[in-house]
Write a protein that binds this ligand. Structure first.
Ligand SMILES: [Cu+2]
Length: 161
């Protein structure tokens, strides 16, 4: 009887662990751009922590939900752009006021000093891609680092807690 009880307890624990592992948060990530005649050859200054008016941003990343639980997080990324290829990189940031180091000559975020946790490269227009990453509590920046895109507003923040 004692053995049966401990077996049942073990089964219960295993069951809990399994369901926890499967309970990944799904975040829908939508890549958008409304390219009219924006000149991206010079940084537009719409990066994180730059206190810019994001309503003027010609590009963006929309995330839903913005909050995830710690553990496996699946990013379902869809590129809704009409003609441009985009990408998504995931980096841990301290908070919304963190200004990233920017490489002016390449017109890209300098990722050297960043903790990049994953990325989805080159998503063609109207295509989707998924990425599963293990995230601990904190704030994460999702951004596109195609030249000029980050400074054009292509980023969003998700929080894991
Ligand atoms: Cu982009």
């Amino acid at each position: 009887m004692k053995l049966l009880k401990s077996l049942a307890a073990a089964a219960l624990v295993t069951g809990l662990l399994t369901s926890a592992a499967l309970a990944e948060t799904v975040v829908k990530v939508t890549l958008i751009d409304k390219m009219t005649d924006s000149d991206l050859s010079k940084p537009l200054g719409l990066g994180v922590g730059m206190k810019a008016d994001m309503s003027k941003a010609p590009m963006g990343v929309a995330v839903n939900p913005k909050l995830a639980t710690p553990g496996a997080v699946r990013l379902d990324v869809t590129n809704l752009a009409s003609s441009l290829v985009h990408e998504v990189q995931v980096a841990r940031i301290t908070d919304e006021s963190q200004v990233l180091t920017y490489d002016q000559s390449r017109n890209k975020v300098d990722t050297e000093g960043l903790e990049i946790l994953g990325s989805v490269a080159e998503i063609m227009p109207s295509k989707s891609a998924s990425l599963i990453i293990d995230l601990s509590p904190g704030k994460y920046l999702l951004f596109c680092n195609v030249a000029g895109h980050y400074m054009a507003g292509m980023w969003a923040i998700i929080e894991v807690k």
